[in-house]
Design a protein around this ligand. Structure first.
Ligand code: FAD
Length: 431
């Protein structure tokens, strides 16, 4: 069936995956490779959600969950300033109030320490899985070159070092660099920094091309991918989902995997599940790469802007600036002030790069699916015996995409998820 066909009145399938972002396509591919018949439905086109224009960073260095004590301290300073990297749109919203309360409760040193090894192991496995996919010939500009945090202030450098010490304790390699070493690492690009912290375990890829390549591989290996098919409603038999209504017809799946990112609460509320995912908007600006652009991704640390080199299949080099986190609901509007803020900080760190010289190729925004404790939801639900949730990956969904797909496939088929301990990711933990 091609992606434009109507499904007909009703079609049976072994596993239905809802959502064609990085998590959905990886789940479909790994399920197929375990011999399962899979149908994936996507309401738009593949990678039309958060998986398109993000920074594409694979980040074992982000093994500290978003809900942590420092985030509360920094967030309180920034939260109502519309020009800051973190912003909460003031409004009366009980779900948001409950989410913030849970975030505050989750941000304790004990909970953070329990989560770090779980995230570290998942990030590491995921990077290995992407390397395997790249070695199998999937072309998505995968590179394992590490990532540099470039710091312009003593305070920023001290904060970066203290986080690096925490990561070292958790077994993530880090290196402190002086300004000359930063310049060398950035292939000679002049920079104004008091120092930097390098994470050699990090990697990067082109996120949209990754979803496209994995989606194409899944299709070629027999996954039925139906785009422009939105899941609208569910029908049940006892404790099982029996029938799924979509805009392109009905499906009768034996198992369902929901991988619908920030849209998940809209789907799960009809299933009677409490899934506290808040959309957190972020922006990216992709420009033609200046001639002296480095091949290593880096972070303008104090400005909270990620900079990723993206070599295209056409040979053209691009640079993507990405950042900001805005809790404003399912709001896709583009705030030009925030877009401008992404590149405004560049000359402070890189004196030879002038934002007015940039040739902009794309301005993008996406909604990160954020849970209050900063950990994804991954596993079976108690309420529905044939439902697996794989959502809520916040700022690390690309990094964890491959491993989430592999684990979701193992959960669906009843295979072991070892050596990973997924108990902290229990999708019922907020029920
Ligand atoms: C600015 C920015 C920078 C980021 N940088 C990074 C980074 O460097 N590294 C990293 O790891 N992560 C990063 N992220 C986070 C990352 O983008 C997300 O965590 C990840 O893309 C989530 O993937 P997903 O598959 O869960 O969701 P999505 O990619 O949003 O996919 C969900 C899909 O489900 C579909 N869908 C929804 N409802 C339905 C329905 N009813 N029926 C059918 N289909 C439906 C949607 O159309 C969508 O395509 C960044 C995010 C932003 C915004």
């Amino acid at each position: 069936m091609n992606s434009q066909e109507f499904l007909g009145h009703s079609q049976a399938t072994e596993v239905l995956v809802v959502g064609g972002g990085i998590v959905g396509v990886c789940t479909a591919l790994y399920l197929r490779r375990m011999g399962v018949e899979v149908t994936l439905v996507e309401k738009g086109s593949l990678a039309s959600g958060s998986s398109h224009g993000n920074a594409g960073l694979l980040v074992p260095s982000h093994s500290i969950p978003l809900a942590e004590p420092a985030a509360i301290r920094q967030g309180l300073r920034w939260m109502f300033n519309p020009a800051s990297p973190f912003y909460i749109k003031p409004r009366l919203d009980l779900d948001l109030a409950a989410w913030l309360w849970r975030f505050w409760r989750a941000a304790t040193p004990q909970r953070v320490h329990a989560a770090i090894p779980v995230l570290r192991d998942l990030h590491m496995t995921s990077r290995t899985l992407y390397a395997e996919l790249a070695a199998q010939g999937l072309d998505f500009s995968f590179a394992h070159r590490g990532r540099l945090l470039l710091c312009e202030s003593q305070q920023g450098f001290a904060d970066a070092i203290s986080e690096a010490e925490e990561m070292e304790e958790a077994g993530i390699a880090t290196q402190q660099l002086n300004p000359d070493e930063c310049v060398r690492l950035l292939d000679g690009l002049p920079c104004q920094a008091v120092g930097g912290v390098f994470y050699p375990d990090d990697g990067h890829l082109d996120p949209a091309r990754t979803v496209a390549a994995i989606g194409a591989a899944a299709r070629a290996e027999g996954v039925q991918i139906i785009e422009n098919a939105e899941v609208l409603d569910w029908r049940f038999e006892g404790d099982r989902i029996a029938n799924v209504w979509t805009t392109r017809g009905q499906l009768q799946p034996r198992e369902v995997v929901i991988a619908s990112g920030a849209w998940t609460p809209a789907l799960t509320s009809a299933l009677g599940l409490a899934v506290p995912i808040q959309p957190a908007k972020g922006y990216s600006v992709t420009v033609a790469a200046p001639e002296d652009a480095p091949s290593v991704p880096f972070m303008l640390t104090e400005a909270r802007v990620g900079v990723t080199p993206l070599p295209g299949p056409d040979g053209a080099q691009r640079i993507r600036f990405a950042g900001t986190l805005e809790l404003a609901g399912m709001d896709f509007s583009i705030n030009q002030r925030r877009v401008d803020a992404l590149t405004a900080a560049v000359p402070r760190y890189l004196p030879t790069w002038n934002p007015s010289d940039f040739v902009v190729e794309e301005v993008w925004r996406g909604l990160r699916p954020c849970t209050p404790d900063g950990l994804p939801l991954l596993g079976r639900t108690r309420r529905w015996k044939n439902l697996v949730l794989a959502a809520g990956h916040a700022m690390i969904g690309v990094s964890l995409g491959a491993v989430t797909g592999q684990k979701a496939a193992q959960i669906v088929t009843g295979a072991t998820t070892e050596p990973h301990d997924l108990r902290l990711l229990d999708p019922d933990r907020f029920a």
